[in-house]
Ligand binder design. Structure first.
Ligand code: TYD
Length: 194
């Protein structure tokens, strides 16, 4: 399965992705854990941005990074029979670059035409208030350029609009272990780790 985790910064999606990888590990289930922006050249450039770019430019770079990530990391793992756990994918482009003014539906459609669709997207839903508190507590280096409050409100609003059948919303306001259990139960119901 190609499993994606999405949500606003501070939603807890990276924690859930890591917990799922621990679960697969404990069950001897083959998988890789990866993330976007990727560790490739474009991904590294995006992570080190000191300020935002033009939305079109950001969108183009995230997609370029994604195409490279699919080719060099995701597809080879799928071919090798491993589950792929990916922290962020094209819904992040639609939500974050959409929050800068791009049409999120167009961003999604264009991305869909370029890279494979995930089997399931666990969208971790929390309030912006909760997310900002968590970011403040967990990141000593301070907020990244993507994490400003107004921005996150807009990003969160766009995540709320997504209706794809692959999206499974998880309440990120419950405890970390409750959310993890819900995710594992969903996967077991769909034949993974049963
Ligand atoms: P994030 O998952 O928060 O990385 P980390 O856990 O290392 O902080 O991703 C970094 C930022 O990149 C995040 O704020 C959202 C942004 N982003 C986009 O704007 N568009 C995209 O397509 C992707 C994948 C990420």
């Amino acid at each position: 399965m190609f499993i994606v985790f999405e949500g606003i910064d501070g939603s807890g999606k990276s924690t859930q992705a890591r917990l799922l990888s621990d679960f697969f590990e404990s069950q001897g289930i083959p998988f890789i854990l990866t993330h976007e922006p990727s560790d490739g050249i474009i991904g590294q450039k995006l992570r080190s941005l000191a300020s935002r770019l033009k939305p079109e430019e950001e969108s183009r770079l995230f997609l370029e990074d994604r195409v490279d990530h699919v080719k060099t990391v995701i597809n080879p793992a799928m071919v090798a029979g491993q589950h792929v756990i990916c922290d962020r994918y094209y819904y992040s482009s639609a939500a974050y670059q959409g929050a800068l003014g791009l049409d999120s539906v167009e961003v999604l459609d264009y991305n869909r035409s370029m890279v494979p669709e995930p089997d399931v997207v666990f969208l971790i839903v929390v309030s912006v208030e909760t997310a900002l508190k968590r970011i403040g507590q967990s990141r000593s280096a301070g907020f990244s350029v993507f994490e400003k409050r107004n921005g996150l409100e807009a990003v969160s609003g766009i995540y709320d609009t997504f209706q794809d059948h692959v999206i499974k919303r998880i309440d990120g306001g419950q405890t970390v272990s409750e959310a993890h259990e819900e995710i594992v139960n969903w996967l077991k119901l769909h034949g993974v780790g049963a």
